[in-house]
Design a protein around this ligand. Structure first.
Ligand code: ADP
Ligand code: MN
Ligand code: MN
Ligand code: MN
Ligand code: MN
Length: 366
């Protein structure tokens, strides 16, 4: 872990702060447009000045970018459109400045291949009367500039897993500064971040977003990821969402998706939870395909049936069982209502695909 190797960490932030504290004209707002690139995992952003203070996202103009530089089009027909869909307060530039999540559309106004929001929204609108709620547990791993987990010895490995999960102390957790900064930045931005914890593998962390209804869970999760990359950049550290960053006896990273409908949350909702699990058991393959950006390939490395995972090949469910595909939390089984936890989504999943698959299987019986 050599921080001097990170050009960003080496910069003098005091000088930056001199310019960031210059007064900003009241009618000039910096809007940073953020979108998902052609990998389905990477995020891109660029900024424009808006000459008024926007109060809702629909006031923001459609914009465009060079899709041939983001694996989203050919150079000969490269203009790709940005449609603003969700607006957040900007925790980096402060004031009236905004972070703007966008959908991407091709020259012919059809969604790009990695615009998974378009069809997700259709499903969410059809199922709106069932009031679907989601809470996603985003796990991630911090890496140094050499691609090694942050804080791990250059040659060799840290001691075996055991003391790190929810740990405290300099030999237990690495880069808590990033976690704390990200948490506050998300709260400031208006993201419904509900908690955070250190994970089982050292330098692996988790935060939770939710519960959120419908499309907003994925909008908020994507922007929380952008903020995470942006905060870590400031510290000269990289974030990977790879679901198995270290092979061997090290836990992988997931994005457990907790899910409920209005019926499940009401008295004796456990009947509806069990009914949903029955439907999920019949669509295992559809879900595995939707739960990582490579149609199940990435999750092959993670869902081995070991290290708190289920096998990628079989569907299983159980109360308080962390080795199952779907877990009913103990408290929900006791109260006979609540939610279920789908443990299969990989940390690099697209939450639009995950929540769309769940809604189509459970709510729309497709
Ligand atoms: P775990 O015990 O699996 O580590 P966490 O506490 O990390 O669970 O995450 C639980 C998630 O479940 C949170 O994101 C929370 O918002 C979400 N959640 C709680 N109640 C519901 C509900 N009724 N429907 C959907 N999600 C819920
Ligand atoms: Mn240019
Ligand atoms: Mn958790
Ligand atoms: Mn976890
Ligand atoms: Mn979980």
């Amino acid at each position: 872990m050599v921080l001097e190797n990170s050009p960003n960490a080496a910069m003098n932030k005091l000088v930056l702060n001199r310019f960031l504290s210059l007064p900003q004209p009241a009618d000039k707002v910096q809007a940073m447009y953020v979108w998902i690139d052609g990998t389905g995992v990477g995020l891109r952003a660029k900024t424009r000045t808006i000459n008024f203070v926007p109060s809702i996202v629909s006031e923001l103009p459609i914009w465009n970018y060079d899709g041939s530089s983001t694996y989203q089009s050919e150079g000969s027909n490269s203009d790709t459109y940005l449609y603003p869909v969700a607006m957040f307060k900007d925790p980096f530039r402060l004031g009236n400045n905004k972070l703007v999540l966008c959908e991407t559309y091709k020259y012919n106004r059809k969604p790009t291949a990695t615009n998974r929001r378009h069809s997700c929204l259709e499903a969410m609108e059809k199922a709106a009367d069932q009031k679907p709620w989601f809470g996603i547990e985003q796990e991630y791993t911090l890496l140094d500039m050499e691609g090694r987990p942050f804080g791990w010895p250059q040659n060799g490995f840290p001691g075996p897993q055991g003391p790190y999960y929810c740990g405290v102390g300099a030999n237990r957790v690495y880069a808590r500064d990033i976690v704390e900064s990200h948490y506050r930045a998300c709260l400031y931005a208006g993201i419904n971040i509900s908690g955070t914890n250190a994970e089982v593998m050292p330098s692996q962390w988790e935060y939770q977003v939710g519960p959120c209804e419908g499309i907003s869970i994925a909008d908020q999760l994507w922007m929380s990821r952008f903020i995470l990359h942006r905060v870590a950049e400031e510290f000269g550290v990289c974030v990977t969402l790879d679901p198995k960053p270290m092979p061997g006896e090290w836990n992988g990273a997931g994005a457990h998706c907790n899910f409920s409908t209005k019926e499940m949350r009401e008295e004796n909702g456990i009947i509806h939870i069990e009914n949903a699990i029955d439907k999920l058991s019949k669509q295992h393959l559809r879900h595995i395909k939707a739960y990582d950006p490579n149609d199940g390939k990435d999750n092959e490395r993670r869902l081995t049936g070991r290290l708190e995972t289920s096998s990628i090949h079989d569907f299983s469910a159980g109360v308080a069982n962390r080795g199952a595909s779907v877990r009913i939390p103990r408290a929900c089984a006791e109260e006979k209502k609540g939610y279920l936890e789908d443990r299969r989504p990989a940390s690099n999943c697209d939450p639009y695909r995950v929540t769309e698959a769940i809604v189509r299987t459970v709510c729309l019986d497709e």
